[in-house]
Design a protein around this ligand. Structure first.
Ligand code: G3I
Ligand code: 9MR
Ligand code: ZN
Length: 556
């Protein structure tokens, strides 16, 4: 649409399920409109005419658009929930503009959920991506070299495998554990959300596709443990970032960087969790992971004052610096207790849960995984007052998010301070918390707000941008993702979540292309050089897998 409203009618570019609340958000650009139409894209006929909603429906100012502070835009909401007939549609404000064409249908989110999981398959290191699964995105096996221990360079270690972290080819333990945790948590809470996951990913022996893919990372993580001490190495990377090249062409020395308390805590937690979840598929594997988890726990117990990881002066790859391992340790204690029932772990949880009852689900603060796991633990195993407190931490957080969403023109609980590096991770983490809170205490607003966050990711945002490669009418085309840049294929590798707007403009391209006073929701450039807004990362995909898999389930 070439008119003045081009790009102004924002929609989830995939569409909606029949029973979803359905709406477009329309940027008014100073114009005034009363109504909109929903048009059947096949016949070109308007099937519904609705009144645009502005500043709250009941406050007598329904015709004035709302100022959204994060985008600087005046916005209307165009609600067409009552239309539930499957088909192709677009939203139009006659004389102003139209939205992209989208679908109303029961399966609108199935493909994106599957593709987000497959995005991790494309990140696999140490194996060839073959055409039968990878299509045009093939490459030879990469990073097969034995790595050198940074601290004692006479020693070498086989740490092949795992997923490349992001747009670079480093492999980092905590981010890997975070991504796996989202997948396992999703599977443990909503197995039905993963059972229909169709997958052309090479299958191992382990059940559902999500567990099969997570195992690829778990197998690598097991190699990252120092078998002597039980400590877990922080990462394996070159000393610096490589150019925009395919992974199999990189033959720089790989270094295994020192053990860190955060990597060790995350490892203990995710291994204990995985041990419980994989037990019914492979008892031996479950035992191996549990033994590794307890060994890592012992390292934590023996090294209570170990400092956080810092890059040595000659290494510049991702630092993932984190001075506090208390949240990782808390999460580990919860998972170890839930899996083993041993009182030593429970004692730790009981002594520490008050300081840790937060909802952090990012690589730096993992406390939320502990909170959630304890909240859903078998009531016979749990201390009821601790469980009550941790359940409240979840629902309190969800209540806060719902309230916060009311002040945002896009209906999402996101304010200007949430637009940091990897903001889409925060967007999907909040949706995750809301979905989980709904399991504890069913609440329509929790699910609506979670859905609004997903709608934002899929294009209902001020830039009209779908942040998932290969999905939506205006998908990310130029992610800072080395294979996508170097492979000679026009379209980027599909199913990858871009970091998204970052008001900090933390790379030269973002600085050059975005004004210093850019509104946070617009602080994004679809440029391959913009690593601080347009990189992809496994731990940005993982919460999106959780959310999309939940929304892909058949509606009640
Ligand atoms: O958390 C603070 C927040 O409290 C504050 O308000 C805000 C204001 O700037 O900053 C927030 O911190 C930011 C942090 O990300 C948030 O997670 C930092 O400024 C920002 O520099 C930091 O960026 C990290 C980035 O590496 C640079 O270190 C990203 O989290 C992290 O995802 C990213 O990870 C990189 C790896 O290093 C290398 N591999 C690719 C990967 C993805 O880009
Ligand atoms: O490509 C790197 C990306 O994966 C990291 O997230 C980012 C921040 O650590 O750094 C990127 O590498 C850039 C480097 O920091 C500066 N020179 C240009 C590199 C590639 O664009
Ligand atoms: Zn590799």
């Amino acid at each position: 649409y070439q008119g003045k409203g081009a790009g102004a009618i924002h929609i989830n570019q995939l569409g909606f399920r029949p029973k979803d609340e359905k709406a477009a958000i329309i940027t008014s650009q100073g114009f005034h409109f009363d109504s909109f139409q929903l048009v059947d894209a096949d016949s070109g006929e308007a099937v519904y005419t609705g009144k645009l909603q502005g500043k709250g429906v009941g406050d007598g100012k329904a015709d004035e658009p709302v100022l959204d502070f994060t985008s600087g835009d005046l916005v209307y909401k165009a609600d067409f929930t009552s239309v539930d007939k499957p088909g192709s549609y677009y939203v139009e404000v006659p004389g102003y503009g139209k939205s992209y064409t989208f679908t109303i249908g029961t399966d609108v989110y199935r493909n994106v959920a599957d593709a987000l999981l497959k995005g991790l398959y494309y990140q696999r290191c140490g194996t060839a991506l073959e055409a039968d699964a990878a299509g045009e995105y093939t490459h030879d096996a990469c990073h097969l070299e034995i790595a050198t221990l940074y601290e004692d360079q006479s020693k070498q270690l086989d740490v092949t495998g795992g997923w490349h972290d992001a747009g670079d080819y480093g492999r980092y333990s905590s981010p890997g554990a975070n991504a796996v945790a989202f997948m396992l948590m999703g599977y443990e809470l909503f197995p039905q959300g993963y059972k229909d996951m169709k997958s052309d990913i090479p299958q191992g022996a382990i059940g559902p596709a999500v567990l099969n893919e997570a195992k690829y990372e778990l197998d690598w993580l097991l190699k990252m443990q120092d078998t002597q001490s039980g400590g877990v190495y922080h990462k394996v990377t070159n000393k610096g970032f490589e150019g925009f090249v395919m992974p199999e062409t990189v033959h720089e020395n790989l270094y295994v960087l020192p053990v860190s308390p955060t990597a060790t805590g995350d490892f203990a937690a995710v291994m204990a969790m995985a041990s419980r979840i994989y037990e019914s598929y492979d008892d031996e594997y479950a035992k191996e992971m549990l033994a590794a988890a307890e060994k890592a726990w012992n390292w934590l117990a023996n090294n209570p004052n170990a400092p956080g990881f810092h890059n040595p002066s000659d290494v510049v790859t991702g630092e993932y610096g984190d001075e506090s391992a208390s949240d990782e340790t808390f999460w580990a204690a919860v998972e170890l207790y839930r899996t083993t029932g041993k009182s030593v772990y429970h004692d730790y949880v009981k002594a520490n849960y008050k300081q840790q009852s937060r909802m952090g689900l990012g690589w730096a603060d993992m406390s939320g995984f502990g909170t959630i796991s304890y909240a859903f633990m078998d009531e016979k195993l749990a201390d009821s007052s601790v469980q009550r407190a941790l359940r409240s931490a979840i629902t309190d957080n969800a209540n806060t998010l719902v309230t916060q969403a009311e002040t945002n023109g896009f209906g999402i609980p996101v304010d200007s301070s949430d637009y940091y590096w990897g903001s889409n991770m925060g967007v999907m983490q909040k949706a995750t918390v809301l979905i989980i809170a709904n399991e504890l205490q069913p609440n329509y607003d929790y699910l609506l707000t979670a859905h609004n966050l997903f709608d934002y990711l899929m294009g209902r945002n001020a830039l009209d941008q779908s942040y998932v490669t290969g999905f939506g009418s205006k998908p990310v085309m130029n992610p800072h993702h080395r294979p996508s840049i170097a492979d000679g294929v026009t379209d980027p590798v599909p199913g990858l979540v871009a970091g998204g707007p970052n008001a900090g403009r933390q790379d030269p391209t973002a600085e050059a292309k975005l004004p210093a006073d850019v509104f946070p929701m617009k602080a994004y450039v679809d440029d391959k050089e913009s690593y601080s807004t347009n990189e992809i990362a496994i731990y940005w995909n993982a919460p999106a897998i959780f959310v999309a898999s939940y929304l892909a389930m058949p509606q009640q």
